[in-house]
Each structure stands twice: as C-alpha cells, then as structure tokens.
Design a protein around this ligand. Structure first.
Ligand code: HEM
Length: 344
C-alpha cells in the first residue's frame, strides 16, 4: 500500500495553519465585531418597532425632538464608547457625564426613558440603553429626512440599517465628558484628532458634522465668535459679517443661556445637505463647522456633499454605523440596565 504523501503546498500548510491560529488568538477582537443588524430578532422581535413607534409619537408631538435624539447618541459614543453612560444620573459619590458642561444642553431623555419602560414590559432585561440610543437616533434622523417622508426609502423608511448588540457601561464621568467631547471652538486638527481617537476618519468628521442641519444652539456655544474672539479680531473672521450681525441681534448678551439659535435658519427640523452650503458661505453656526474649510481634504468633502444630497444621506448612514461601533461593550461585558438613568 502506498503511503499518501501530501502535495508540497499542503506539507507546508500545517505550521502555517498553527501560525495563523496563534495570530488569531493574539490579535485583538473588537467588540464591535459582535454587533449586528437585527441582534434582537430572536430575543425581542418587536424591539425596533417599539423604538420606532415611540420616536414617531414624540416627533408628531414636537418636530424639534429629532435633533436632541440624534445628539444623545453622539455624546454617548464619544465618551467611553456607545455604552449608554450619558444617560446615567450623578450620585452622591460621582458626577456623571450628564452633568458635564457640554451635556447640560442635552435633551429628550424622557423619550429614551419611555422607550426603555415599554421594552422592559415586553422583554425584561434584554435591550440595552446604548442600543436604544442608537436605534432612536437612526429613527429620529430618518423621520427628519424628506427622502424618507416622501416614502422613497424601503425598509420601513429607514435612512440606514442600525447595528445592535451593545451592552451598557457601569462608569460615567463628567470629567471625561468635558475632556473628550468636541468643542464648538475647536480647530480642524483638534477635531480630526478627536474623531480619530474614536476610530473615525476625515470623511466621518465631515459627514457627521452634517448633523448640524438639525436643531438649535444656545448662545454661549457661539458667543466668542461674535464678541472678543481673539486679541486681534473682535469677531471670528471665518463668520460671514452680515450673518454675524443677525446673530448678535439674537444673542444680545454674553450670559444669555436661554435664547436658542437655529442651526439652519428657517429649516432646522429638516435633515438635508443645506448645512454644507451654509458652511461654504461662512454661515455655519460654530467655529468648528467653518474649520472644515481649513483643510484641503475636508473642504473637498464639504463641496462634494453640498452638490450631492443623495451621496450625503448615503454616507451619513455609513458614518453613523461607524460611530456606533466606538468602543462598544458586547457579549458578557457591562450590563443591560433596567432603568437607563441608574445602574442595576
Ligand atoms: C464635529 C464636532 C462637533 C461639535 C464641536 C459640536 C458642537 C455642538 C454644539 C456646541 C451644539 C449646541 C449646544 C447648545 O448650545 O445648545 C451642538 C448641537 C447639536 N449637535 Fe453637535 N457638535 C459636533 C458634532 C456633532 C455630531 C457628530 C452630531 C451627530 C451625529 C451632532 C449633532 C448635533 C445636533 C443634532 C445638535 C442640535 C441639538 C438640539 O437642537 O437640541 N453634533 N453641537
């Protein structure tokens, strides 16, 4: 009987296979690899429909709720990853993210709480608060998109498919939030660095900044642009002068914490690519919006999205999925909170 001799290629393949196995063991496995579209399909089949229903009701009641829902997910993901930590209340021993200065203008917590309450009734201990934020953000921005409301999108009118499977974190620190969240006076290099630290590139930065098509800002977030900008310039030179005069009429004093200014005058409840036209015209509300013009690559992207709304909406979905993967907890990490504002 002749002994089977493996062909040359296969003889070398065993050590190679062992090497590959070793590499696979050593290589870090990112938790975001455990996220998937439809994570709750078996464990809570109605989860996404429940989120959609409550978000829709909230939007029907108040069109402006889409913006804070979108912003909540962003502020969650940029501090300790998308782990629902932005929703935790401070305790007597800990000042939580929610009480950090940039988070004092967050809103729509009540919508998230209403969703969580319903989900706990239906599927107790199953759907994480971090995932509720991600799905609610997707639904909010989809509802604000004319393309969706015209019914041109399939999949029940979603702008993009959202991944789920995140778990909730147990740590929330105001100090970390103050350090890590982008600031409206950041220059481009700082913005790029901040986004890079969350695994996001230049394209993500530009396309996600397009979220500023929605919502409002309070005066302190742009105040410095209007008065005492630098020792040399009283006003931010990247802000259109006529627009600055209008903004000065709205924000009359440096300590005005009450007045709200629309991101896109007259249409800040519609999600589209108008934001990029405003940026090009130096009418972006924040210095950080105008900073996108100070780098060749980001400037090109601004011009590209200005001329193609379709591309913007498509890329926005891709970048939201990218952002939603930032430092997530999955598997047996963290917990599934019963109430989003308190640890189990
Ligand atoms: C690029 C860096 C960013 C900076 C510096 C920034 C800064 C700000 C500031 C200062 C406000 C106004 C807060 C206030 O005074 O009320 C705001 C509002 C908002 N931001 Fe951003 N943001 C950035 C990126 C993003 C991203 C990535 C998203 C979402 C994907 C987002 C979504 C929003 C929304 C929707 C609002 C309006 C909120 C409302 O009307 O309640 N922002 N942002």
């Amino acid at each position: 009987m002749t002994r089977w001799v493996p062909p040359l290629g296969l003889r070398f393949s065993l050590p190679l296979l062992l090497l590959l196995l070793a590499a696979a063991v050593i290589a870090p496995v990112h938790a975001y690899g455990k996220l998937k579209v439809g994570f709750y399909r078996q464990s809570c089949p109605d989860a996404e429909a429940i989120v959609r229903r409550i978000v829709t009701m909230a939007v029907e009641d108040d069109l402006t709720v889409t913006a804070p829902l979108l912003r909540l997910h962003f502020h969650d993901c940029f501090v300790r990853g998308c782990d629902g930590s932005v929703l935790l209340n401070s305790t007597k021993n800990n000042i939580a993210e929610r009480d950090a200065k940039p988070n004092l203008t967050l809103d729509a917590f009540n919508v998230i709480d209403a969703i969580k309450e319903k989900l706990e009734e239906k599927c107790p201990g199953t759907v994480s608060c971090a995932d509720i934020l991600a799905v609610a953000a997707r639904d909010a921005v989809s509802l604000a998109t004319k393309v969706v409301t015209k019914g041109e999108w399939s999949e029940g009118g979603s702008l993009y498919e959202v991944e789920t499977g995140r778990r909730d974190g147990r740590v929330s620190s105001a100090k970390e939030a103050a350090e890590e969240l982008p600031d409206s006076f950041d220059e481009i290099q700082k913005l790029i660095k901040r986004f890079k630290s969350k695994g996001l590139g230049l394209k993500d930065l530009v396309v996600l900044s397009g979220a500023h098509a929605l919502g409002n800002s309070h005066c302190p977030s742009l105040e410095k642009r209007l008065r005492n900008f630098t020792a040399e310039d009283d006003m931010d030179p990247t802000l259109d002068k006529a627009y600055a005069a209008t903004l000065k009429q709205q924000c009359t004093s440096p300590d005005d914490n009450v007045t709200e200014v629309q991101m896109v005058p007259g249409r800040s409840t519609t999600f589209d690519s108008t934001y990029y036209r405003l940026v090009k015209e130096n009418k972006g509300l924040f210095h950080s919006d105008e900073a996108l013009l100070s780098n060749g690559a980001t400037k090109m992207l601004v011009y590209g999205y200005m001329s193609s709304e379709k591309r913007f909406l498509k890329d926005f979905g891709v970048s939201m999925v990218n952002m939603g993967r930032a430092d997530v907890l999955a598997g047996s990490e963290g917990e599934i909170r019963r109430t989003c504002a308190v640890l189990n």
